[in-house]
Write a protein that binds this ligand. Structure first.
Ligand SMILES: [Zn+2]
Length: 290
């Protein structure tokens, strides 16, 4: 098959005029155009490539082929940590010092930018190496991520909830980390197998759970989440496949995307794709800072 080269500008203006686009809802049209228009992010690039390689710029392209691009599993990232957005550089350092720990745990004080986040590490583990890894990760994230965390617990056993979430989401879940309303980050052995980039991105995601539970509640069926559900419906597309598993995952993935793209050209592109969710994150961040 010969794939024509089409410049993004020509592709976008041609797609904008496709008769099939009129079959979309107004929200769907907006989402579609935002999805294909991102100049720098990988997801928009992949969708544009698919439009060309699948021959979807022809005037007779059926509407369902275009609609399908909005949640095409081959074009939607499974989890955002695989999206190639560089980690922000904070230039911060961390300081560690041992403290008396509870039975079975080594406690190490970890301080980043004046914020103390104690680490409780299972005695069977290499506390020095693990503390260095977590200190580095905490120094690599924006203050809004650290602000969610009160302490870190590093376990030498897998998360007992893995089986429950595997059933609930219908995908194999082997948690690397978990964090609830109280902000105690649980780190499981799976996390120690991750590369630094994945480990740090996971930290954003978990802090996103704490942040969103504080903002909208623990019960995902609760009225507190109504604004989020409405926002997600208006945005139409999801930040990742994993985000579609529950509103909690949707919020955690959006929090990650918002903070990791902030200050980069991709931020405005993602803001155009997820305008309502980004506005909710922005509002909740502003309230948390007051
Ligand atoms: Zn999650």
């Amino acid at each position: 098959m010969i794939v024509r080269r089409v410049s993004p500008a020509v592709l976008i203006s041609t797609a904008r005029d496709l008769p099939a686009l009129r079959a979309f809802t107004p929200r769907g049209q907006k989402a579609f155009l935002a999805l294909i228009s991102g100049a720098t992010n990988q997801r928009s690039q992949r969708v544009r490539e698919a439009i060309v390689s699948r021959g979807l710029l022809a005037p007779k392209t059926p509407a369902d082929k275009l609609v399908g691009l909005l949640d095409d599993p081959d074009l939607t990232p499974v989890v955002l940590k695989r999206e190639a957005i560089a980690l922000p550089k904070t230039g911060l350092t961390y300081a560690l010092s041992p403290l008396p720990g509870a039975p079975g745990l080594k406690r190490i004080a970890c301080t980043v930018a004046g914020r103390a986040i104690p680490l409780d590490i299972a005695s069977s583990l290499d506390a020095r190496a693990i503390a260095a890894r977590i200190g580095d990760a905490l120094a690599s994230v924006p203050a809004e991520v650290r602000a969610q965390l009160s302490s870190v617990f590093v376990s030498d056993a897998k998360n007992p909830d893995d089986d429950y979430f595997t059933d609930l989401y219908g995908v194999q879940v082997l948690a690397a980390m978990g964090c609830g309303k109280e902000g105690r980050l649980h780190v499981f052995p799976e996390a120690m197998k991750q590369d630094r980039d994945t480990f740090v991105r996971n930290l954003f995601h978990e802090a996103g759970h704490t942040f969103s539970i504080r903002a909208w509640g623990r019960d995902e069926a609760g009225a507190g989440w109504n604004p989020w559900r409405a926002a997600a419906a208006e945005d139409v597309i999801a930040p990742s496949y994993y985000a579609t598993c529950s509103v909690h995952e949707d919020a955690a993935e959006t929090f990650l995307l918002y903070l990791i793209s902030r200050g980069t050209p991709a931020f405005k592109e993602y803001q155009a794709m997820f305008p309502k969710r980004f506005a909710l994150i922005e509002g909740a961040l502003a309230r948390a800072n007051r």
